[in-house]
Every structure is written in C-alpha cells, then in structure tokens.
Design a protein around this ligand. Structure first.
Ligand code: PNS
Length: 167
C-alpha cells in the first residue's frame, strides 16, 4: 500500500442509538486510520425493530462526535463491501465486547472477505466498563424507565426521553 495515501476506515453498524461503547470504539479507530466513516446500515443482518430512524441515528452520531474532525457519518443501503469500495475504504472496524460476540463477528468478517478479498476487518476492544453495553439493552432499559444516563451521551439521553415520552 502507498504509505502517503490517506487511510480510510469504515465503522458500520445499526447504532440504534449510539452508546458510549460505540463512541469509545470510534475514537480508538482514529489511531489506526486518517479518516473514519461511521456507516449506519439501513439493513442489518440482525432482525431488529428500530427505535430511531436511520436519519435520526446519523444526526445523533454527528452530534456526539462533532469534536472529531476526522470522523464523518453516512448511511448506506445494501452490501457493506459495496459501500466500502465506493468510499475507498479497505478497513472495517467492529467492536468485540465478549467471546459471545465472536462467532457472529467472525462469520460477518469472513463473508465480507469472500465478497471482496481486499477488505480487512479490525476488531477493537472497548473499555471494560462498556463490555456489557449494547444499543438493544439501552433501548429496553430506557423503555422500561431505567436510568441509562451512564451509558449514552447527554444528547442521546435527551432524545431517548423525548422519543419514549419520559420528559
Ligand atoms: O450493529 P449491528 O447491527 O451488529 O451491525 C451489523 C451490520 C450493519 C454491520 C451488518 O448487518 C451489515 O454489514 N449489514 C449490511 C448488509 C451486508 O453487507 N451483509 C453481509 C455482511 S455479513
């Protein structure tokens, strides 16, 4: 690889909504790449019902990471590898929280490699205090009136309360 060429990374996911764990992974990825594109998928491999629209998720991510000039946020439809090719990104970042994540992540990484051999998946480990954290748990706990203020940024917390009618 040409060492003077800009190194572009992709951090794909559902981000419904972005958590402090995601923010941690995104900031860590910046030590590996020059520019990071956070890519919000319209279609996830997981069968999930969304709380926020894809546009809302993109807006929230932009808000919480606005201090990071090297991060941009986009949404994509269809195959991740096609989006990566279009963006000139050969590196895909995913967070690995626990062994339970591994099987699914390995399967995705190998499928992506099968579809486009030039793609590399890099797994990053979040701070241990975020190792139990997921968007689906945040959605569930917030929906049931639990306190998620230590798990998401203040602007996400505010939108969660607005969305769920909690004030
Ligand atoms: O945050 P998630 O839901 O675990 O992210 C999963 C995501 C969006 C990265 C994955 O579902 C994906 O890449 N979807 C795009 C469709 C695709 O390319 N599928 C084949 C890869 S296995």
């Amino acid at each position: 690889m040409n060492s003077t060429r800009e190194r572009v990374g992709l951090y794909p996911g559902s981000f419904d909504p972005i958590t402090l764990g995601h923010e941690d992974i995104a900031r860590r990825a910046l030590s590996v790449v020059d520019r990071l594109i956070i890519a919000v998928a319209h279609t996830s491999t997981h069968d999930k019902r969304g709380l926020f629209s894809v546009q809302e998720r993109v807006g929230l991510i932009r808000e919480v990471l606005e201090d990071e000039e090297r991060i941009e946020v986009r949404s994509f439809e269809g195959l991740l590898v096609e989006f990566a090719k279009a963006q000139g990104a050969h590196l895909v970042f995913r967070g690995l929280r626990a062994v339970s994540d591994f099987e699914y992540e390995l399967q995705m990484a190998q499928m992506n490699q099968e579809l486009w051999p030039d793609i590399e998946t890099i797994f990053l480990v979040p701070e241990v205090r975020y190792s139990f954290l997921s968007s689906s748990l945040v959605r569930q706990v917030a929906t049931l009136g639990g306190d998620v203020s230590g798990l998401v940024s203040p602007s996400v917390l505010k939108r969660l309360h607005e969305k769920l009618g909690g004030g």
